[in-house]
Design a protein around this ligand. Structure first.
Ligand code: URA
Length: 263
């Protein structure tokens, strides 16, 4: 097994959002940091960047925040935005305060519209992000759409055809799978991520999406017990589910309580 990377402890804590290097030095001076329960004063020492070492550290008697390499799922509420360009609260405001100061920063894996709710993934791991959003991965995403008008009946065939052209585009959409749930509600699974794709697909057939919720990415479903606005950390099993559509199960760790003090 390869040895874990080493990092200066003050840099690690600063990168996790605990404060500037000077601030975390003061935290050590004020005896707020412990290793195996004993006060840790040498904040400049190099330490292994490993979960095993992190588990031995505490700040203000609380476990250390998750190390870089974090992947999360959020049950995104309507009305919060994934983009700095849009008005309104950002999804990042739903993260524990300190996580908003992490380096590398946490960003969303793809986007949901402000008015779309449901399963949104976030990560600080660039390689993981690219693996999920890569068009080559063709990861299926499933949405539940509420519609302004009853379905006509031809939507399933049109969406599955691979011939539907969205307004202003010159390449037809890849085949998509529609399941009619009620006359004005359907589940739609797509493998692309074009701008406002689901809304535009129904608009192309003369309908209008009134509510939209994403319930699945690859084989990873939005858990029924994840309340709107809540986050969960994805462990290796949950991450693998994203790329394994057949598999389902639960592999989540609870997000620790919002950090207190120490900012
Ligand atoms: N398609 C949409 O139209 N909006 C979303 O948020 C996601 C997919």
């Amino acid at each position: 097994m390869s040895k874990p990377q080493q990092i200066r402890l003050d840099r690690l804590l600063a990168n996790l959002g605990y404060g500037s290097r000077r601030e975390v030095q003061n935290m050590a001076r004020y005896r707020r940091i412990t290793l195996d329960g004993a006060e840790l004063r040498d904040i400049e020492q190099r330490v292994p960047l490993s979960a095993e070492f992190a588990a031995r550290l505490q700040i203000d008697a609380e476990p250390l925040d998750p190390l870089p390499g974090l992947a999360l799922m959020l049950n995104k509420p309507e009305g919060v935005t994934c983009s700095h360009k849009e008005s309104g609260p950002l999804v990042y405001s739903l993260l524990p305060d300190r996580w908003q100061y992490r380096d590398p920063p946490i960003s969303t894996i793809g986007r949901l519209d402000k008015d779309t709710s449901g399963l949104l993934l976030l990560t600080d791991d660039g390689a993981f992000l690219h693996k999920v959003i890569s068009p080559r991965a063709k990861i299926a995403k499933t949405y539940i759409a509420g519609l302004a008008r009853p379905l006509r009946g031809d939507e399933t065939g049109v969406f599955a055809s691979g011939a539907l052209m969205l307004e202003g585009e010159d390449k037809p959409l890849a085949p998509a799978h529609l399941e009619i749930l009620t006359p004005q509600e359907a589940s739609l699974t797509i493998t692309e991520g074009r701008y406002h794709q689901v809304r535009r697909m129904f608009a192309a057939l003369g309908n209008h999406v009134t509510t939209l919720r994403r319930i699945k990415i690859g084989g990873l479903s939005l858990p029924g017990d994840l309340a709107s606005g809540e986050l969960r950390i994805l462990d290796a099993g949950a991450r693998a589910q994203i790329f394994a559509p057949e598999h389902s199960g639960t592999h989540f760790a609870q997000v620790p309580p919002a950090p207190s003090g120490a900012m």
